[in-house]
Write a protein that binds this ligand. Structure first.
Ligand SMILES: *Cc1c(COP(=O)(O)O)cnc(C)c1O
Length: 224
């Protein structure tokens, strides 16, 4: 199957309100161009340098999502153009995004990443940490970041009921934060969950943004 066929099949498979972020990490620009020709405009990367390189080479109307663990010293590299940062996992990181967004006179859209998996290796806030962040005076004073919703990665596991439970937990966190901090804010409406192996279940549990790599592009090229 070609990239175009994969995208068409995926689009047929999911409801219209669910946005696809094509995860193009490690894939060469030519493969991104192929997806672009099929109408795809949202792409996700997990390394600042690679994202910047692709931003400079590829069409200007692409929305670039940063989906990986983000180090504070890499924020400056992506701040001028990034469309959505999915991986805010601390107040310190968000403060850095605020600072760099102000430097470029932008408002940067962000998601809070929650730790929902059983694996210790995955990043993200606990529910409590997310609440504390949003309730903090420091966050409330920020004018150059906008929290659009939440993101999470489920366990890499064959245990379907575990994965479903993790998605359900993230959806509950999303609704709780919405009610508590964003009841009047229509911008807070993104629930980013689901990858190639688990997006159907994520959508059943309320996801409206899925991050899909291998089901669009095939196997990833050498991680570098
Ligand atoms: C790589 C990656 C994906 C895509 O994974 P696939 O299984 O290839 O669809 C989604 N989200 C994050 C955060 C990733 O790092």
């Amino acid at each position: 199957m070609t990239i175009i066929e994969n995208l068409e099949k995926l689009r047929k498979d999911i409801p219209g309100h669910v946005q696809i972020v094509a995860v193009s990490k490690t894939q060469p620009p030519e493969m991104i161009e192929e997806a672009y020709r099929a109408g795809q405009r949202h792409f996700g990367e997990n390394k600042a340098r690679e994202l910047e390189m692709k931003y400079n080479r590829l069409p200007a109307d692409i929305s670039w999502h940063f989906i990986g663990h983000l180090q504070r010293n890499k924020v400056r590299q992506i701040a001028p153009f990034v469309a959505l940062i999915h991986s805010i996992d601390s107040l310190r990181l968000l403060a850095e995004v605020e600072k760099e967004a102000a430097r470029c006179s932008r408002t940067i859209d962000c998601l809070l990443q929650f730790h929902i998996a059983t694996e210790e290796t995955k990043f993200g806030l606990s529910t409590r940490e997310g609440v504390d962040l949003l309730a903090s005076d420091e966050f409330r004073a920020m004018r150059h970041v906008r929290i659009r919703g939440v993101m999470g990665m489920a366990s890499f596991s064959d245990d379907i009921s575990l994965v479903r439970q993790e998605f359900r937990g993230l959806a509950a966190t999303f609704r709780m934060l919405k009610e508590r901090f964003f009841a009047e804010d229509n911008a807070f409406r993104i629930l980013s969950m689901g990858m190639s192996g688990d997006y159907s279940m994520a959508i059943e549990e309320g996801s409206n943004m899925i991050r899909i790599g291998t089901s669009i592009f095939g196997d990833r090229h050498l991680e570098g």
